[in-house]
Ligand binder design. Sequence first.
Ligand code: FAD
Length: 449
Amino acid sequence: SPSIVWLRDDLRLADNPALSAAIERGGPTLVVYLLDEDSPGARPLGGASRWWLHGSLRSLADDLAALGGRLTLRRGAASDVIPSLVAETGAGAVYWNRRYGALRDVDAALKVSLRADGLVVESFGASLLHEPWKITSGSGDPYRVFTPFWRACLAAGDPRPPLPAPASIDGLAAAGDDLDDWHLLPTRPDWAAGLREAWTPGEAGALDRLERFIDEGLPLYHRRDEPGIEATSRLSPHLRFGELSPHQVWARVHGPLEPAAAANRAKFLSEIGWREFSYSILFHQPELATVNVRRDFDAFPWGEPDPAELEAWRRGTTGIPIVDAGMRQLWTSGWMHNRVRMIVASLLTKNLLIDWRVGEQWFWDTLVDADEASNAASWQWVAGSGADAAPYFRVFNPVLQAERFDPDRAYVRRWVPEVDGPEYPRPIVDLAASRIEALAAYEAVKAAK
Ligand code: FAD
């Protein structure tokens, strides 16, 4: 009987345990992707992610076809669509790779009901180096601090080596949607020109990016905090959509490297570790994008956002050059340098006293790497409400940060060419006074303890 492989955030053929299991079982394989905005806990993708998804599915369909496979596209709640695909095809097995947020309840329920119908159902670990329930502290609790978490990951041993892509697929298709009918791409206005210029969604684009990073970026990675140079990998959207697995990254950086690159291997892998840490937090708190990890932060007196200030932040017209550069980089290319993400998030939550959830939602809509774990965990980290958060009193000073990390102003000048001209606005907020207000507001949290 046929097997069904249900792809989600794992849009790749190499190192895909669910796909490999189906092929090993033998018989025709139906590969399906579901646009599911209906299951409980499903969060509709933001605009930039929809753009990415379109390119990634297009590329996956081509890659599958080259091996004899077919990609079936369906829309709807998984609990309806998967059982009806089973009925349509007479499938005897269903395979998928695991998710770690709220939707894992959907998967668990489906597994129980399909097995009750006599199907083989297996799920696999594919998007994290270590399953989150395996990395716990001595007392069995999840880690709340990054450094011991990552130390425990490293002590758990090398992750499994990546699996090769299948050589061929005995593909089966079912009736499905046309990708274009999902309208994932923007039409009027077409804001995606900068995204098309910056990115190549899909598995081949991901592997190219990894190789380019190994050659050009990794030797410079000790300068990863400087937004004006390309010292980081920009693999985040590829990892987000699973066009590349962390196992493949791990294996590649343990392969042949120039000495200058090898010197930065451990630091780079520890950043992949932050992704694992974010997923571990999400696993233990599926409502990470809405609920404070530190519940004492529920007492924080967030202000009602001033619409003009919020709009200036979103559009990059705050009059604070490094912030405006970051917000424009985000709007134009769908990505922002990590150091600058921290700076703009600090300005929103501390100087403007706007709830971190407002910023999280804007990033969710505009980032090509918008990720249910890393985005929410990082916003909470900056706001002070998260696991292992920056101490609240450490308010980023965007002027000093720019002097330190963009000393020649290459980054600011690239994104804010008018920065030294008369038309560039004055800052919308007094940094020193607002910092003092933020510290006063924090007293409410301390009082709630
Ligand atoms: P590299 O430095 O090359 O790192 C390699 C990979 O490690 C990244 O691709 C990413 O998968 C992971 N990684 C690196 N730093 C972090 C980190 N601090 N937290 C989690 N994973 C990390 N990252 C996302 O992938 N999606 C998000 O939605 C997201 N939102 C963020 C929001 C805020 C407010 C902040 C401060 C950070 C956010 N990050 C997010 C983390 C980080 O900024 C990006 O992962 C990183 O900038 C991606 O660039 P890169 O691939 O060149 O990183």
